[in-house]
Write a protein that binds this ligand. Structure first.
Ligand code: C2E
Ligand code: CA
Ligand code: CA
Ligand code: CA
Length: 278
């Protein structure tokens, strides 16, 4: 039956029942996915505006489901968090991402590796040892690893995570606040957090050209970063206009489809070589 109310945005062209069925199916199959090696990683470049080279790679997880095909993380990360599977999932991601990037570092590519970290993993209390294990196994130096933690979730969590983050920072890892601006960080708390990088949410970047208010917000985030000594990355850069504006605003690090889509490991070398000559 047609819903009488407002139409809703759907990720998939299916009914609410089908969507719930798919979710249940994914939740049921997720343990197998981790055990049987159905997860995959893509890597998206982070570009330095001045250097015009790849300064970083962000690891983004996918699930190659045997029947449903490629499943994006927005469909299963929350399930993994709810079912206590996020820790084994991210252990796999940390291991796979560091193993993929280690040979590139050995070849002399000057890169940081970004991995996304769930606050649940931080709460589980084993984040630091899990990170340390992946670094030791791969030989990737801690300074090369950037841990991306979603701002809104971190700020919504109780106080006390500053300590855990500090531990990881003591290891030498770079700490990044992801989706910055989407949540509601108090600036006072931001100043106290052990954070090295802000990743500005792509909603802002998507509206930056033609919207003076958004431009003003982005400008002040870049300025805030400069004042606090925090690097600012603009995410979701899709058009040359956005690129030009961000460059003018002094944003030094860019990520987005315009600069490079997420690619599988076997295409990484081509991405790195492509930017080196450009
Ligand atoms: P995120 O960390 O904010 O990652 C950026 C997302 O934006 C990625 O979506 C990326 O493919 C997409 N993106 C990059 N450039 C553009 C652009 O120019 N335009 C648009 N429209 N999108 C762009 P993806 O790969 O689907 O990942 C979605 C989210 O899933 C990530 O958002 C992250 O929060 C989460 N995620 C991915 N991998 C992991 C993981 O290993 N662990 C955890 N906890 N979360 C992960
Ligand atoms: Ca991220
Ligand atoms: Ca983000
Ligand atoms: Ca996100």
């Amino acid at each position: 039956a047609k819903a009488a109310g407002k139409s809703r945005v759907r990720l998939h062209a299916d009914t609410p029942d089908e969507a719930a069925g798919r979710r249940a199916r994914l939740a049921r199959d997720l343990p197998t996915a981790i055990e049987e090696g159905q997860l995959r990683l893509l890597f998206q470049p982070v570009i330095g505006v001045a250097e015009r080279t790849v300064l970083g790679l962000e690891a983004l997880v996918r699930w190659q489901h045997p029947q449903l095909g490629l499943v994006p993380p927005d469909e299963f990360i929350a399930l993994a968090e709810a079912d206590g599977l996020i820790v084994p999932l991210e252990r796999w991601v940390f291991g796979e991402a560091t193993a993929t990037v280690a040979p590139l570092l050995a070849e002399g590519f000057d890169l940081k590796l970004g991995v996304n970290v769930s606050v649940r993993h931080l709460q589980a209390g084993c984040l630091a040892p899990d990170i340390a294990r992946a670094l030791a196994a791969s030989g990737v130096p801690p300074q090369r690893l950037m841990l991306e933690i979603t701002e809104s979730v971190l700020m919504g969590a109780e106080d006390g995570f500053e300590g855990d983050l500090s531990t990881l920072r003591t290891l030498g890892c770079v700490i990044s606040l992801d989706d910055f601006g989407k949540g509601h960080s108090s600036l006072a708390r931001l100043a106290r957090l052990p954070v090295d990088v802000l990743k500005m949410d792509r909603d802002f970047i998507g509206h930056i050209d033609g919207d003076p208010r958004t431009e003003a917000i982005v400008r002040s985030v870049v300025e805030l970063g400069r004042t606090l000594g925090i690097d600012v990355v603009a995410e979701g850069v899709e058009t040359p206009g956005q690129l030009a504006l961000l460059r003018d605003l002094g944003c030094r690090f860019l990520q987005g489809y315009l600069l490079g889509r997420p690619v599988p490991p076997e295409q990484l070398r081509a991405v790195l070589d492509g930017f080196d000559t450009g």
